[in-house]
Design a protein around this ligand. Structure first.
Ligand SMILES: Cc1cc2nc3c(=O)[nH]c(=O)nc-3n(C[C@H](O)[C@H](O)[C@H](O)COP(=O)(O)OP(=O)(O)OC[C@H]3O[C@@H](n4cnc5c(N)ncnc54)[C@H](O)[C@@H]3O)c2cc1C
Length: 353
């Protein structure tokens, strides 16, 4: 979507975005396109959030997002440079079951992490900075925001660092984490508190020899596994035989607090049954996603408190997909920019109220 000159906002405004998942990055990009340069605070060492990869000596595993589809024109436009640069590519696998019929499936190259890395290009993302608290600062008119994040002292001990001041705040985290930061905004919190994310146990398997299966990926309706995929069938991957299996949401909930060793053994047994193989892996590791897919997304796109200039976005606002996360973030970014533009037009006394 081409932006009109009137959509641009003074770059004197500062906005903090908490979380560099796909929604946080999309929000930051939407702001940057409108002339506001946001600062993104991310607790981990890479962008992309659940669009993640685990690197091992055998090669990478996409243990979160498996693939993404692209239906919206704005999402397609944001991805066009990544596609041209080979950072994402279609995944032409042998699917045992049809999912997302008629939609091309895309993946990051050489791993799913390339999607977040590509969208983060040109954005000021501060890594390894977990945000712990947000605070309204009343010494400025209109009130602004500061945030506290974990930092390190000279001996690498944790230290609380205050950042700010910001004219607006965006929280781009799963709903439970969002609520933890929203104690000052009960009205927003009420809108979010019933959104439920389901967990997912993921199993990463590496084999010395290729498995003889007639498919590369399958969505499953069984009680234990909901998905298996030959990760090494994705484009631009290192050769080798690497698989990712996801447990169903119901099974993951039931076994949420189990010992990872037990989970590994149970999911490996299920994997052998589904693939009708008995090959023993040379690498078998599980990862627990506490928040995986949203069960009951809001139908709002994003939440925004215009009075306090604080909002939240994420897949949970509109659907359990990468594309939903992107659209949620970019629409909130446009809303924040428009609120800041409105603020700049108000007389000083009115904006102080
Ligand atoms: C196992 C699994 C499989 C999936 N499969 C698919 C699929 O095949 N296709 C699909 O389209 N979608 C899939 N999804 C869903 C997809 O991952 C999400 O819809 C999307 O990635 C959500 O992006 P987000 O930005 O809303 O949230 P997130 O990706 O959760 O991003 C939140 C970010 O905030 C950071 N963060 C958290 N707390 C803090 C803090 N206090 N301070 C600073 N940073 C913080 C996190 O590190 C993270 O980077 C899958 C998800 C999982 C877990």
């Amino acid at each position: 979507m081409a932006l009109a000159a009137s959509d641009r906002v003074s770059s004197a405004f500062s906005v903090a975005v908490v979380g560099a998942g796909i929604s946080g990055l999309a929000c930051a990009r939407a702001l940057a396109e409108r002339g506001v340069l946001p600062t993104v605070f991310e607790k981990s060492l890479a962008a992309g959030g659940r669009a993640a990869a685990r690197m091992t000596e055998l090669g990478g595993f996409d243990h979160g997002v498996q693939y993404f589809t692209v239906r919206d024109g704005d999402f397609a436009a944001a991805l066009a440079p990544l596609l041209a640069a080979g950072q994402i590519a279609p995944w032409m696998a042998r699917f045992r079951t049809q999912t997302d019929e008629n939609s091309e499936r895309f993946v990051g190259v050489p791993s799913m992490q390339a999607l977040g890395a590509g969208l983060a290009l040109g954005i000021d993302v501060r890594y390894d900075q977990r945000v712990t608290r947000l605070e309204r600062v009343y010494t400025s008119r209109p009130p602004r925001w500061s945030l506290n994040r974990v930092g390190y002292d000279a001996e690498a001990h944790d230290l609380e660092v205050t950042e700010g001041l910001f004219d607006a705040l965006v929280i781009a985290l799963p709903p439970e984490d969002t609520l933890a930061l929203l104690e000052f905004a009960p009205a927003l919190a009420r809108r979010i508190k019933n959104v439920r994310m389901r967990p997912c146990w993921a199993l990463m398997l590496g084999f010395a020899e290729p498995l003889n299966t007639p498919f590369d990926a399958a969505a499953l309706a069984g009680p234990r596994l909901s998905w298996i995929a030959r990760d090494s069938s994705k484009p631009g991957r290192r050769p080798g035989e690497r698989w990712v299996a996801h447990a169903s949401a119901a099974w993951s909930e039931e076994h949420l607090k189990d010992d990872p060793e037990d989970v590994r053994a149970k999911l490996l047994k299920a994997f052998h049954e589904v693939t009708a193989t008995r090959a023993q892996p040379i690498h078998a590791v599980v990862h627990r996603w506490r928040y995986s897919l949203v069960e009951n997304p809001l139908a709002e796109g994003f939440v925004w408190d215009a009075q306090q200039r604080v909002g939240a976005c994420g897949d949970w606002c509109s659907g359990a997909r990468v594309e939903s996360a992107f659209l949620s973030g970019s629409s909130l970014g446009a809303e924040v920019a428009s609120a800041l533009s409105e603020l700049s037009r108000r007389p000083p006394l009115a904006s102080a109220l």
